[in-house]
Design a protein around this ligand. Structure first.
Ligand code: BV8
Ligand code: ZN
Length: 230
């Protein structure tokens, strides 16, 4: 098993106390997606959007990596081959647990982006509408988050990795958001073994060769131990 690609979603951070999106009481039950996670929503009411991400940033900073994040960092350190974690999550729990080869395909709460010149810098804990870009001075700072209708980051690297993957795992993601939900199909095309690790079957669950159901802090360390024994 030399090339491993792991896709993670909100479910891996749930036991760290961060809300998922599509649970009955999750983030999308409390906020309209169109208002807080689209470029049109930001243009209409930037204050609402900046406040939403200020709140999320505060929650994410207070959270600690859990046993599932730690197990993936261990797998990267001990696996004899390549391992890439692609996360849809905007928290930094993977890197805080020790993951290094990591892509934040939907952006990161701890980063700010200039809408005028694309410069990035570390976000302050509380961002304000009209914060100035440290590079071009335009009052055009926005959260460095990929909203619906925007292109996710580092897609070329992700598809290159998926074209050569031997083992693909999707952890804690509902399979509702594309292009991430299509990665399992890419991995199958490459001939990879595919495994879904989730609380329940996802929207694309039938495409995986293997499914492991249960809370990530239990299932992921067990799965990692099994891979390292192969
Ligand atoms: C794009 C911002 C190209 C970050 C987010 C094909 C068909 C139909 C539509 C489309 C399509 N392709 C593209 C689209 C459009 C759209 C899309 O997918 N729409 C959907 C809704 C149909 N996609 C896009 O717009 C993407 N861009 O395609 O670019 C393009 C560009 C321009 C024009 C044309 C094309 C951009 C998507 C980015 C969206 N950004 N939010 C933020 O605020 O955090 S989405 C949001 O959903 C988050 O990023 C999140 O990561 C992502 C996925 O959600 P999940 O992580 O899966 O979370 P969810 O709550 O759903 O599920 C949690 C799961 O965990 C559950 O299954 C649960 O059972 C499980 N779980 C819970 N607890 C545990 C657990 N598992 C284990 N243990 C536990 N303890
Ligand atoms: Zn700028």
């Amino acid at each position: 098993m030399s090339n491993i690609v792991i896709l993670t979603g909100a479910g891996i951070s749930a036991e760290s106390g961060l809300e998922t999106f599509r649970a009955e009481t999750g983030l999308w039950a409390q906020h309209r997606v169109e208002d807080v996670a689209t470029p049109e929503g930001f243009a209409r009411d930037p204050r609402l959007v900046v406040d939403f991400y200020n709140m999320r940033r505060e929650q994410a900073e207070a959270a600690q990596p859990n046993a599932a994040h730690e197990a993936l960092a261990r797998l990267e350190a001990e696996h004899d081959g390549n391992l890439l974690v692609v996360t849809q999550n905007v928290d930094s729990l993977h890197e805080r647990a020790g993951s290094r080869n990591l892509i934040h395909m939907h952006g990161a709460l701890n980063s700010a982006l200039c809408a005028a010149c694309d410069h990035r810098w570390p976000a302050s804990m509380v961002m304000n509408v009209g914060d100035k870009c440290p590079s071009c001075a335009a009052p055009a700072a926005r959260p460095d988050i990929v909203w619906f209708g925007e292109m996710p980051y580092q897609m070329d690297q992700i598809f290159d990795a998926l074209a050569q993957v031997d083992l693909f795992a999707a952890i804690g993601t509902s399979g509702n958001v594309y292009p991430a939900a299509g990665f399992v199909a890419e991995a199958r095309r490459a001939g990879a073994e595919t495994v879904e690790i989730n609380l329940e079957r996802s929207a694309v669950g039938s495409q995986f060769s293997n499914v492991i159901l249960g809370p990530a802090t239990r299932t992921v360390p067990d799965w990692v131990a099994g891979i390292l024994k192969r």
